[in-house]
Design a protein around this ligand. Structure first.
Ligand code: 5GP
Ligand code: ZN
Length: 113
């Protein structure tokens, strides 16, 4: 989508610190990190949120987890632990409407609630 900030990052039209990219998935460091490791893992295809995932996207969504696992190892948080978060909709705190998975690690996390 032309006015989507993550689509622009994926296409290299605005700067980002990329840590992974292939033909389906891009990962880059969050501009406002909430933990020592804070990476956003996004499908290159513009999908607004989990609400817009279709059956054809299932392999792509699975790939987000495979990339998360790989990046967690690279960041050295696999053993200590990390959190994967997908905010969906305004009430959950989604602010960018291009589906993304947060990979957070490097500090203890509080319980959800
Ligand atoms: P959400 O709140 O939608 O789950 O997460 C959006 C995330 O995108 C936020 O953590 C925010 O800091 C990050 N973000 C927003 N704009 C940019 C940007 O231009 N570059 C990068 N690297 N991260 C961004
Ligand atoms: Zn987009």
């Amino acid at each position: 989508m032309s006015d989507c900030i993550f689509c622009k990052i994926i296409k290299g039209e605005i700067p980002s610190t990329n840590v992974y990219q292939d033909e389906h998935v891009t990962a880059f460091r969050d501009i406002n990190p909430a933990a020592p490791t804070h990476i956003l893992i996004v499908p290159n295809k513009h999908i607004e949120s989990v609400n817009f995932v279709i059956p054809d996207d299932e392999a792509l969504i699975g790939k987000l987890f495979a990339v998360a696992k790989q990046l967690a190892e690279k960041e050295g948080v696999s053993e200590s632990g990390y959190r994967l978060v997908v905010n969906t909709g305004a009430e959950a705190g989604q602010t960018v409407f291009h589906l993304h998975m947060h990979l957070l690690g490097g500090r203890p996390m509080r319980a959800l609630g």
